[in-house]
Design a protein around this ligand. Structure first.
Ligand code: BES
Ligand code: MN
Ligand code: MN
Length: 459
């Protein structure tokens, strides 16, 4: 591996420059104004795959944003790794809170600052460079397929149909994804679980027009007041969610499993300092790491209505809105939870308002095995480059496609993430460490070699 390491080290500046070029393309999937940029980014990713030496590269149109595919089949008898990632990014606003513009990447203090640097351009591009390096120095020990999509941040709605229609093309032995975080640069870890998601929007309607809040206030239900009371009623004093049936399917962890999770280092004081909060708060009976990974949640993501312009306007609004997400755990099913919410929320409406709940996207929670060849290969690879065996941890975010790969292709995933929770993904000043980027590029070839060797031993 040392020849390869030297080659990778020598190419650092080029790897960085190439990533910065990708980061300059504002591939914001949620906002239709960026549609042409998303398209352009897909083309750029396809070109990078070709330049890296991959075959059968294709930018595949969908009903939404394109999917980029490429492969290198060195020997059909050898195992195949399917690398998944996403080239789309979250919207960059609020723009004024960025130290430097989100789509003008810069390296500051050893970090690449740009929207998408850690989530997920910097992370999927490590695989492109790692495969390129292997192809130039000794070849690939097994086959690889790349599928890089452009709709992860908006729920991967068109990926399901694509996967179902392309089972043969996507045939593989394992899925490898770098789109999660480690505990710290000196505490490597591998995510062994992700939460599911149920996302919806609610609309509360009172009178058919905005009213004078003096003439009518007190006599007519105010939709914003009503929405706030309804939302407040969704948690009890123990911060448990009050939707009937919400916890019915939740798979509780055994004491041994919770004990194992508690062994991962966690500094609550540093956590609070980082977030500038004076206290942590959440479901009674669970620790902060548990609340943010193995427990289901309900959060308001946005709330609006009435007058929000300059100064004061005395108005009793006609409508109020909120966007609400629920993070789910095994074995809660997204469609079931969405329905439970919908039924409950409509029932909660006080007299004088009507409520409409509109489901957005969803996804299922996953737990990945730690005994598979692929997990062991990932663990060995990280142990070699970091000098420490990675700790298995459960993540709180969602990558809905992971459950889909299992259901449709029968494939397990290794969540081989090299980011940090402090990378500020989805926030202003998102960044990715140059150290993390280069460690990923050095560690991925080791995964391929260990994986091929372990699978060979099995055959
Ligand atoms: N890469 C994240 C998911 C993630 C982040 C997992 C950190 C674990 C740790 C992904 O891009 C993401 O943001 N997913 C969305 C879900 C999607 C349906 C919008 C999420 O988790 O909110
Ligand atoms: Mn991501
Ligand atoms: Mn994301």
């Amino acid at each position: 591996m040392t020849v390869l390491d030297d080659h990778i080290q020598a190419a650092q500046e080029r790897y960085l420059a190439e990533l910065m070029d990708l980061l300059r393309i504002p591939s914001v999937s949620a906002d239709p104004r960026y549609k042409a940029d998303v398209q352009r980014c897909a083309g750029a990713v396809g070109q990078r795959l070709t330049e890296a030496g991959l075959d059968a590269v294709e930018v595949i149109a969908t009903a939404g944003h394109p999917i980029v595919y490429g492969e290198k089949i060195v020997d059909p008898a050898k195992p195949t790794v399917l690398v998944y990632g996403h080239y789309d990014v979250q919207p960059a606003d609020p723009l004024e809170l960025w130290t430097s513009p989100p789509f003008e990447p810069v390296v500051r203090d050893g970090r690449i600052y740009a929207r998408g640097s850690a989530d997920d351009k910097g992370q999927f591009y490590m695989h492109v460079k790692a495969v390129e390096a292997m192809l130039h120095h000794g070849g690939l020990p097994c086959n690889v397929k790349f599928m890089i999509e452009g709709e992860e941040e908006v729920g991967s709605v068109n990926l399901g149909p694509f996967v179902r229609a392309n089972k043969e093309r996507l045939r593989a032995d394992v899925v490898l994804i770098s789109d999660t975080a480690m505990l710290a640069n000196d505490v490597p870890s591998i995510n062994t679980g992700l939460r599911g998601l149920s996302y919806l929007e609610v609309e509360v309607t009172g009178p058919d027009r905005d009213l004078h809040s003096g003439v009518y206030g007190g006599a007519v239900t105010n939709p914003i007041n009503a929405l706030c009371e309804m939302i407040a009623g969704l948690h009890d004093a123990d911060r448990r969610i009050t939707i009937p049936g919400f916890y019915d399917a939740v798979r509780e962890l055994s004491a041994a499993e919770r004990q194992a999770l508690a062994e991962a280092p966690f500094d609550e004081a540093a956590y609070m300092r980082d977030l500038t909060i004076g206290a942590v708060h959440g479901e009674k009976g669970y620790s902060t790491p548990e609340r943010s990974s193995i427990r289901p949640t309900l959060d308001v993501n946005g709330i609006w209505g009435g007058y929000i312009g300059e100064g004061a306007k005395t108005v009793l609004p006609s409508k109020a809105y909120a966007k609400i997400s629920m993070r789910l755990v095994p074995d809660q099913r997204s469609a079931d939870i969405t329905r439970l919410f919908q039924e409950h929320f409509v029932r909660m409406a006080p007299p004088g308002v009507t409520v409409v709940v509109r489901p957005h996207h969803g996804g299922e929670a996953v737990v990945t095995p730690i005994t598979s060849e692929a997990y062991r290969a990932a663990s060995m690879a990280m142990e070699e480059t970091f000098g420490k065996r990675p700790i298995p941890t459960r993540g709180g975010g969602s990558i809905p496609i992971v459950a889909l790969f299992e259901a449709e292709l029968g494939l397990k995933t290794v969540l081989f993430g090299f980011g940090l929770d402090s990378d500020k993904i989805h926030s202003p000043d998102e960044h990715y460490g140059v150290f993390n980027y280069m460690m990923g590029i050095r560690t991925i070839p080791r995964f391929f070699h260990h994986y091929a060797a372990l699978m060979n031993g099995k055959a």
